[in-house]
Design a protein around this ligand. Structure first.
Ligand code: T46
Length: 137
């Protein structure tokens, strides 16, 4: 059973070789610990810009740096900080619900997000103070 309370790095299988290139696959239950309702991706984020600065009340995600290097600072409601770097398309980062995230990108980064729910602005907590006070029910 995959642990769903803490962020972790997923090592996707790389099928192929350096002469042909590779395929990696994300399947629900094998690598992704939720049903995927939606996929979206961000790109062309300038080097000096950080994204995120929010938490999700319910949304779980697996994030893949399809290209480039992406750095995450994740903070839980007890203010514990974790840092992750995804720098290879064969790796993913699982983020459970209720983690504040701050994200920086290399110039060529494309961030693919596999999400457990459809987009809902009501699911966002965009103030860090509100995040710390949010009652996890
Ligand atoms: C996350 C990190 C890793 C939409 O209109 N539709 C959508 O489907 C989405 C995802 C966003 N938006 C709007 C909402 C905001 O006005 O696009 C704007 C930027 O979205 P967001 O604040 O979610 O962007 P990021 O890059 O800070 O966060 C994204 C994911 O959306 C978010 O869930 O955790 O990547």
């Amino acid at each position: 059973m995959l642990e769903k309370n803490k962020p972790f790095i997923i090592d996707f299988e790389s099928i192929g070789d350096s002469q042909l290139g590779y395929i990696s696959v994300a399947e629900v239950q094998n690598q992704v610990p939720f049903g995927i309702e939606r996929a979206y991706w961000t790109y062309y984020t300038p080097n000096e810009v950080q994204r995120g600065f929010h938490a999700h009340k319910e949304l779980q995600q697996v994030l893949v740096a399809v290209s480039g290097v992406i750095k995450f600072k994740l903070i839980d409601q007890n203010k514990n900080e974790l840092e992750f770097v995804i720098d290879n398309p064969s790796k993913g980062l699982y983020i459970p619900r209720l983690y504040w995230r701050e994200i920086s990108f290399s110039h060529n980064a494309v961030l693919l997000c596999l999400a457990s729910q459809v987009y809902n602005e009501e699911d966002y907590i965009r103030s860090f103070e509100d995040f710390l006070l949010y009652k996890n029910v």
